[in-house]
Design a protein. Structure first.
Length: 302
């Protein structure tokens, strides 16, 4: 019953997919990926380093990585002997070309959004990648293949069709991770507790003026000390750290998609000063807002 309610309130979307081809001599350094991302291996073998975790890759492997993960992909049985490059992947619309004998590792990758009740990202609390190893005739593989066909050909309505198919894939994946209508994954706990969900919705709705712990406790209907304990148990972080993480994600999006000055981005994400914002941003993304903007969009006013 719980899973049914979750899926009813889930909105799925994605950013344009890219085809990442990794050779035997040069690995792919994706850096820190700010959003949850879907990775589907279509050809070759290798490994994906996700922070301090390593996942083996082969055709049919589907991964969902958590926001802020640092990713490195290596082909074959390579571990540390190859050099890494940040060479860009190419848009899926230019074709996959994944049927060859080069031994390259080929993955289709893209940012994935799955939002619960209009505000809570389903994958925001992941602390480990979600991994599925699928047979070629698996229903999920077949559906993902249809997603790629839609986006590669680019027919009218391709994005809407692909979004619907991706939602189907996600439902199928969650079914495999859940048993008897109940999910045991730690990162699902936040969605089970209505009081914590109300607190999280308030945090997300107050980006420019972050709520106090007292306000969060009130909306959750709990005394302050009990709320803090429950929040830490549920999210593994304090309300302040969760709030900063959400605001940093919003700031990164503003820097990528707009040209507002840094001080304006700071104000829009609840920081009273540019310097405080810049320090928090660098702690989160390991680079300044200016460097992040240049790397992702090119020079812009700051």
């Amino acid at each position: 019953m719980y899973l049914d309610q979750l899926l009813e309130d889930l909105t799925v979307d994605f950013e344009p997919f890219t085809v990442c081809r990794v050779g035997l001599e040069v690995g792919l350094d994706m850096g820190m990926v700010g959003e949850a991302a879907l990775h589907f291996v279509t050809s070759g073998q290798g490994i994906l380093r996700i922070d301090d975790k390593v996942v083996s890759l082969e055709p049919g492997v589907v991964l969902i990585t958590y926001p802020g993960a640092r990713l490195q992909a290596l082909a074959g049985d390579a571990r540390n002997r190859v050099r890494l490059s940040g060479l860009p992947c190419k848009p899926l619309s230019e074709g996959r070309s994944d049927s060859d004998d080069t031994g390259d590792l080929v993955m289709v990758c893209g940012a994935l959004s799955a939002v619960y009740q209009g505000s809570q990202g389903l994958f925001d609390q992941l602390d480990a990648p979600l991994v599925a190893r699928l047979a070629p005739d698996d229903e999920i593989c077949h559906t993902l293949g249809n997603v790629l066909d839609e986006l590669e050909v680019g027919r009218v309505g391709a994005h809407a069709m692909a979004r619907s198919l991706l939602e189907r894939c996600l439902i199928l994946l969650l079914r495999r991770e859940c048993r008897d209508g109940d999910c045991t994954l730690p990162w699902m706990a936040a969605l089970r507790d209505e009081r914590m969900s109300r607190a999280l919705v308030l945090i997300r709705s107050r980006i420019t003026s972050p709520p106090s712990v007292r306000e969060l406790a009130d909306v959750a209907g709990m005394v302050r000390s009990t709320f803090l304990r429950r929040f830490l148990d549920t999210f593994g972080r304090s309300p302040r750290k969760v709030s900063i993480g959400i605001r940093m994600d919003q700031a990164a999006s503003l820097l990528r998609t707009g040209d507002a000055p840094i001080k304006t981005v700071a104000a829009r994400t609840g920081f009273l000063s540019r310097s405080h914002f810049s320090r928090s941003f660098k702690r989160t993304f390991d680079q300044s807002p200016e460097d992040y903007r240049r790397q992702n969009t090119g020079p812009a006013p700051g």
